[in-house]
Design a protein around this ligand. Structure first.
Ligand SMILES: Nc1ncnc2c1ncn2[C@@H]1O[C@H](COP(=O)(O)OP(=O)(O)O)[C@@H](O)[C@H]1O
Ligand SMILES: [Mg+2]
Length: 377
């Protein structure tokens, strides 16, 4: 008779007890893990980001333009890097190319030579320290003149990884998360290099630091700058930060120093307005009486997006006319679809000048155009 039997336990019962105990412990462990996962407030966000990052990286790997310099193992990326990777841009998804930008050939050419060429033909620039591409590029100028447009076209034409950094992604309600995400931006970019990090409206994030900054924001800014400096001192890595802003004076001086390549995208002059109007109207049905040079003369102080709006408005007039006419004819009881189709007349100079007059008045009222430029004839 052994001890276990003496205590009333058979060998079988002891084994069962151990088995039961380990079973309960395992269940407890896994359910605890599951509960902890569910309690993690970023859990679903992380899962979604992971899926999106996988999709984007998969798409980029398949892209025949060889956007990814080398295959990336998803297991190598941390959770934070995954979150950033979900904002990678696939050039195929972008419809804007250099041809969609009018009147800014000089900017485009300079951008191609200083930014894109050194990335694509790295070997040509390797022998000298001075020919390295700039680590920071700033596009600045009044709103609606094509800064975002240029950035989009760069993403399409550069054929490198392009991270469209959404700043809301970096801000997190948990202390310390923002800093980890900021660090992940740079560590991911280095893993994917050559890579362009684009920040639109950069002044909202990297504006001049002051004593009223929240502690977390101040830390994020400082960290961003020091990580960026890391890139600047490491000449072998090709990561470029590109920013766009219409308030360059609000930017921190330290940021301006890190963006040595600046491009001013100003309001278009008359020659540029002709080119923009031609581009906007090229595929539109226009009447023969359209005089683009005259229109360009009359739109002094208009930005590219104003010109776009001007033409859109003018184009709506003809549809409005058509609807009115068709109502009139329908009440006159004649119905033939072809007749209706023919009734949508092309855009005339009259439409454009009416639209221009309306826009000029509203621009003067909102203070975006000076009274002196209000020449209504
Ligand atoms: N040079 C240009 N050529 C063609 N379209 C332009 C040009 N500049 C502005 N636009 C029009 O204005 C819109 C707004 O331009 P965007 O680049 O977003 O302005 P911002 O400089 O404020 O970023 C564009 O979507 C485009 O339709
Ligand atoms: Mg913009």
């Amino acid at each position: 008779m052994n001890v276990a039997e003496g205590a009333g336990f058979s060998r079988y019962e002891v084994l069962m007890l151990v088995a039961r105990l380990s079973f309960v412990t395992a269940i407890g462990f896994f359910s605890m893990k599951w509960i902890m996962n569910q309690l993690d407030p970023n859990n679903s966000q992380k899962r979604k980001a992971k899926q999106k990052a996988k999709e984007q990286l998969g798409k980029l790997a398949k892209n025949d333009a060889a956007v990814l310099a080398r295959p990336i193992d998803l297991e190598q990326l941390t959770d934070y890097e995954m979150m950033i990777a979900s904002h990678l841009v696939d050039p195929k998804d972008i419809r804007v190319s250099w041809e969609n930008i009018a009147g800014l050939e000089h900017v485009i050419q300079e951008l191609q030579e200083t930014v894109i060429l050194p990335i694509q033909r790295k070997e040509l620039f390797e022998d000298s320290q001075l020919t390295q591409p700039p680590k920071g590029v700033l596009l600045h100028g009044p709103p609606g003149c094509g800064k975002t447009l240029i950035a989009k076209a760069t993403a399409k034409e550069a054929k490198t990884c392009f991270i469209n950094l959404d700043l809301s992604l970096l801000t997190d309600k948990w202390y310390g998360e923002s800093q980890k995400l900021t660090a992940a931006v740079f560590s991911l970019a280095v893993k994917l290099q050559p890579c362009i990090i684009f920040i639109d409206e950069i002044d909202s994030f990297l504006r001049a630091r002051n004593s009223q900054d929240h502690e977390a924001t101040a830390m994020m800014k400082a960290q961003f700058m020091s990580l960026w400096d890391g890139l600047i001192t490491d000449s072998s890595c090709t990561v470029i930060v590109m920013g766009a802003t219409n308030r360059p004076h609000d930017l921190d001086r330290a940021i301006l120093r890190r963006m040595p390549a600046t491009f001013h995208i100003g309001l278009p002059n008359e020659e540029q307005r002709i080119q923009i109007l031609e581009l906007i109207l090229v595929n539109e049905p226009v009447a023969d009486d359209i005089n683009i040079p005259q229109l360009a003369r009359m739109t002094d102080g208009f930005s590219g997006s104003d010109l776009q709006e001007l033409c859109r408005n003018a184009s709506v007039y003809r549809v409005r006319d058509y609807i009115r006419n068709s109502h009139a004819t329908r009440s006159g009881a004649s119905s033939d679809d072809d007749v209706y189709h023919d009734a949508v007349r092309p855009i005339t100079m009259d439409d454009l000048t009416t639209s221009l007059r309306k826009m000029k008045t509203s621009k003067v009222h909102t203070g975006t155009l000076s009274m002196a430029k209000l020449d209504l004839d």
